[in-house]
Design a protein around this ligand. Structure first.
Ligand SMILES: [Zn+2]
Ligand SMILES: [Zn+2]
Length: 115
């Protein structure tokens, strides 16, 4: 499954229209948190591993970033081959490559939501 169009839905959300006409909307903030790159994966895992939490999940966003004031959104969205897109986030992070399959599986619309 591939997107037919990738659009800015609002200041805080992205819309993907898929080949099968299905429409998905993703909050940038959620996409940022889902970042599938190795660094973020590791941070998430160490976050999940424990309350001992030497590396809390929040650290995905660099510490110097004034989190509360930052509206996470992409500065750029680039295609990666024929299978993925990459976001360059306004917090400077840009190593996350989001395969289309990954995005489609995370569609949060009524139809796709598990009950
Ligand atoms: Zn990442
Ligand atoms: Zn859906």
């Amino acid at each position: 499954m591939k997107p037919k169009e990738v659009l800015e839905f609002s200041d805080s959300a992205l819309m993907i229209i898929w080949e099968d006409e299905h429409e998905s909307i993703y909050l940038y903030e959620e996409l940022r948190q889902l970042c599938p790159c190795a660094t973020c994966n590791e941070l998430r895992q160490s976050g999940e591993r424990g309350k001992k939490g030497k590396t809390p999940f929040k650290r995905i966003i660099p510490l110097e970033t004034p989190l509360k004031n930052l509206q996470i959104k992409p500065d750029r969205i680039d295609p990666v081959g024929l299978y993925a897109i990459r976001f360059k986030w306004n917090d400077g992070h840009e190593t996350g490559i989001y395969p289309f399959e990954f995005l489609r599986r995370r569609c949060t619309c009524e139809k796709c939501k598990p009950n």
